[in-house]
Structure formats: structure tokens, C-alpha cells
Design a protein around this ligand. Structure first.
Ligand SMILES: [Fe+2]
Ligand SMILES: [Fe+2]
Length: 149
């Protein structure tokens, strides 16, 4: 007879679960970061960036939620702690930081896609391929904006 087990059923490797929690921590970071940048923007050039920051902040919050749903299904508890938030002071400083954060996301999500593929976890793989596409769009937006700041 199978041994009775209690607690959540763990359906993924510890390494993958850890990376999903890292992903959630940085999605929460950028959601708050872009939201406060949206509040603190200034100057004429800020007009061009203002709405974009708000829209991207909301997209990041949706990413955090989607990843947390997946992590919870896989048997782990989503973190409540964002990675350090760096708002910046000038608009140029803000957008340069944001471009860097998107680069980090792209790097991490490619790694998660590889891990999910190796684990035959098609759902996590698909989720992160969709999110990766958004992050590449964000990176493109921020680097384009940066050229004009
Ligand atoms: Fe994101
Ligand atoms: Fe992003």
C-alpha cells in the first residue's frame, strides 16, 4: 500500500520552484518600481514615458499573479518579498534602470524555459515563453525611449 503523505503535493524540482519564486520577486519589484516612476515622472519628456510606465507596471503585476498561480499549483508558496526596488531620480536614470531590469528578466526567463523543457513541464514552458515575449517588448520600449532622453 502506498504511504500516506500530508501537506501540499510537490510537482516540480526544488530548483525550478526557487527560480519561479525569484521570478515572482522581480515581477513584484518592477510592478512597484514602474508604478512609482509613473507617479514621480517629470519634465516635458516625461509625457512620452508616463502612460507607458503605467501600462507596463500593470502587465508586470499580471505576470506576478500568473507565475504565482503556477508555483502554487506546483506545490510551493509564492514569496511576498520583492527584490530591491530602484526608482531613480532623473527620467534617464529611471529608464536606464528599467532597461537593465528587463534584460535581467529575459536572462532569467530563458533559464526557466530551459529548466521547464528539461523537466517536460509544458505548461511552465508555455507560460514563460509568453511572458518572455512581453519582457522583450518592454526592453525594446525602454531602450527606444532611452535613445531620446
Ligand atoms: Fe514581467
Ligand atoms: Fe517587463
Amino acid at each position: 500500500m502506498a504511504e500516506q503523505k500530508y501537506g501540499p503535493v510537490i510537482k516540480a524540482s526544488k530548483a525550478l520552484l526557487n527560480e519561479l519564486n525569484n521570478a515572482i520577486a522581480r515581477e513584484m519589484q518592477v510592478a512597484i518600481q514602474y508604478m512609482w516612476q509613473h507617479v514621480q515622472w517629470g519634465g516635458v519628456k516625461g509625457f512620452a514615458v508616463h502612460d507607458e510606465l503605467k501600462a507596463i507596471a500593470i502587465a508586470e503585476m499580471k505576470h506576478a499573479e500568473a507565475i504565482a498561480e503556477r508555483l502554487y499549483y506546483l506545490g510551493a508558496i509564492p514569496t511576498t518579498k520583492p527584490t530591491p526596488i530602484i526608482v531613480g531620480t532623473s527620467l534617464k536614470e529611471m529608464i536606464a534602470q528599467d532597461a537593465k531590469d528587463e534584460e535581467n528578466a529575459i536572462h532569467l526567463y530563458k533559464k526557466i524555459i530551459d529548466m521547464a523543457r528539461e523537466a517536460d513541464d509544458e505548461t511552465t514552458n508555455r507560460l514563460f515563453r509568453q511572458i518572455l515575449q512581453d519582457e522583450e517588448d518592454h526592453h525594446d520600449t525602454f531602450t527606444t525611449l532611452l535613445e531620446d532622453l
